[in-house]
Design a binder for this molecule. Structure first.
Ligand SMILES: NC(=O)c1ccc[n+]([C@@H]2O[C@H](COP(=O)([O-])OP(=O)(O)OC[C@H]3O[C@@H](n4cnc5c(N)ncnc54)[C@H](O)[C@@H]3O)[C@@H](O)[C@H]2O)c1
Length: 261
C-alpha cells in the first residue's frame, strides 16, 4: 500500500536518527511532506541522503524540545514552509539510569525536561495550530515499555514514559471534539543509537561486559530478537493514517510480545 499520507504534513521531533528517522522515511514513502527536527544545527548525512531521495518533501529544523522558544519557532516555521501540521510524531527523548538511592535531581530535571515537558508542550503547540487551522490531525507520542512497569535502576525514565501514556489519554479526550486523534506507541527494545548508552549503563551497574545486555534483552523478547527502527514504522504510519480513524487515546505496544495489555 502507498499514498496513505498523501498531501499530509508530518512534524517529527528527535528524528535525526533512530526510530524518528526510520518513521520519517516511511511517512515520505506514503506521500507526506516531513519536517524533521533535532538538536544539531545542520542536518546530518543520513537526513541529507533522505532529503536527496525525496526532493523538496523534507525540511530539517534545529530545535531543542525542552526550550519553549524553540518549540514555538519550530511549529511556526514548519507551517510557514509546508502548511499546518497534520501529523505530529512526538519522538524526542533522552535516557539515563542509576540505582534509586543514587539518582539525583539533575538526572530527574534533564529527563523530565525533554521527555515530559518537551513532549507535552510540543504536542500542545501543534494541537493549538491544528485547532486554529481546523485540521483533523493525528498525534503519535513515543512512550515505552518502560512506561508500563517500573524498573529498579530506571526510575526516572520509566516515570517519564508513564507520563507520556497519561498525557496521551488526557489530550485524546480534550481533542476528540475537534476530530483530532492522539495515540502513543510503546516500543520494546529497538536497536538505535540510544541503546549504545543503555547498554553501557547496564554494563556499569550490573557488572556486564559491553554488549551483553543488548544480547540478553533481544533473546528475552518473545519473538526472539531486538527490533529495528523500521519495526516501529508500520504502527507509526497506521496511527497517523485514516485507517486508524476510530482509534484514539491508545498506547500501542510494538515490542515483539514483551508486554501484554
Ligand atoms: N530504542 C529503544 O529501545 C526504545 C524503547 C522504548 C522507547 N523508545 C523511545 O523512542 C523514541 C526514539 O528513541 P530512539 O531509540 O530512536 O532514540 P535515539 O537516542 O536514537 O534518538 C533520539 C533523538 O532525539 C534527539 N533529541 C534528544 N534530546 C532532544 C531534544 N531536547 N530536542 C530535540 N531532539 C532531541 C537526539 O538527538 C536523537 O537524534 C524515544 O522517545 C525513546 O524514549 C526507544
Amino acid at each position: 500500500m502507498s499514498g496513505r499520507l498523501q498531501g499530509r504534513h508530518a512534524l517529527l521531533t528527535g528524528a535525526g536518527g533512530g526510530i524518528g528517522l526510520a518513521v520519517a522515511e516511511a511517512y515520505l514513502r506514503e506521500g507526506a511532506r516531513c519536517t524533521i527536527a533535532d538538536l544539531a544545527g545542520e542536518p546530518n548525512a543520513a537526513v541529507q541522503a533522505l532529503a536527496a531521495r525525496h526532493d523538496g518533501a523534507l525540511r530539517y529544523a534545529r530545535a531543542d524540545v525542552a526550550r519553549s522558544g524553540d518549540v514555538a519557532a519550530l511549529v511556526a516555521s514548519a507551517a510557514a514552509a509546508f502548511g499546518p501540521v497534520d501529523v505530529l510524531f512526538n519522538n524526542a527523548a533522552v535516557f539515563d539510569m542509576a540505582p534509586l538511592l543514587d539518582s539525583d535531581e539533575a538526572m530527574y530535571e534533564r529527563l523530565f525536561a525533554v521527555n515530559v515537558k518537551g513532549m507535552f508542550f510540543t504536542m500542545q503547540a501543534v494541537l493549538r495550530q491544528m485547532v486554529e487551522a481546523g485540521v483533523k490531525g493525528a498525534v503519535v507520542n513515543l512512550a515505552s515499555q518502560a512506561g508500563r512497569r517500573g524498573e529498579a535502576l530506571v526510575s526516572h525514565y520509566c516515570a517519564t514514559k508513564a507520563a507520556v501514556i497519561s498525557y496521551t489519554q488526557s489530550a485524546a479526550l480534550a481533542m476528540a471534539p475537534h476530530g483530532i486523534r492522539v495515540n502513543a506507541i510503546a516500543p520494546g527494545v529497538i536497536d538505535t543509537p540510544m541503546w549504545r548508552d543503555v547498554d553501557a549503563l547496564f554494563a556499569r551497574y550490573e557488572g556486564l561486559a559491553p554488549g551483553e545486555k543488548k544480547v540478553a534483552v533481544g533473546k528475552a523478547v518473545p519473538l526472539g530478537y531486538m527490533g529495528a527502527p523500521q519495526d516501529i514504522a508500520g504502527a507509526a504510519v497506521f496511527l497517523a493514517s485514516a485507517e486508524a480513524s476510530y482509534i484514539t487515546a491508545q498506547t500501542l505496544n510494538v515490542d515483539g510480545g514483551n508486554v501484554m495489555s
